[in-house]
Design a protein around this ligand. Sequence first.
Ligand SMILES: [Zn+2]
Length: 211
Amino acid sequence: MTLADRYRQMSREELLHIAREEAGDLTPEAVGVLTAEIDARRLGPLVGAAIRAQTLTLSQKEVRAVAYAIVRRPCPQCGQSRRPVNAGVIANTYGLIITGVYDEKVLVACADCREARAKRAMARSVLLGWWSFPHGPFRTIGALWQNARTLRECEHRQKPTATLLNYVAANPLRALALARRTPLAPEASGSSPSGVSSTAAERSGRPSAGG
Ligand SMILES: [Zn+2]
């Protein structure tokens, strides 16, 4: 019996179990066969995403599917669903006379939480950012600009920001954990680990402002 035959004879639950839990242990060939069977049964893009997250590559379509699932989830920070979840870059800077620190982090949270965090970072950067020479003022302006942009993104988005899409592509396993309460396929019971770490200290790949 070929591997394709074996997957074909498996129940839907068995296939979903392998897709979610064991795909990381399969050979690339086996992953291909498994993905083909899952596509043939139309189990949905999140199942394919679950497989490839374990092999650490998501297709663009899967990145979008995971990102949209995160947008619809309650906020990982405050647990509320009033405003959509998304990702924004929070920039902090503070001066230490000679060497200043400039630091950007991706925050995945609802618009309320992102607004609060961006405003706090702006206030702190205004107070503490200027005092290093010679980069402090430039970094402060860079931090203010970045946080203002994050604030603007809080106003409208029901769809993933570029920051969220980049975050999902760069951190597929963590992103899938955030998206996980959305069932992988209709009727599939989604197990949902609690205590998902939501604040990713992942560099966004943006050029460091002010240099
Ligand atoms: Zn929140």
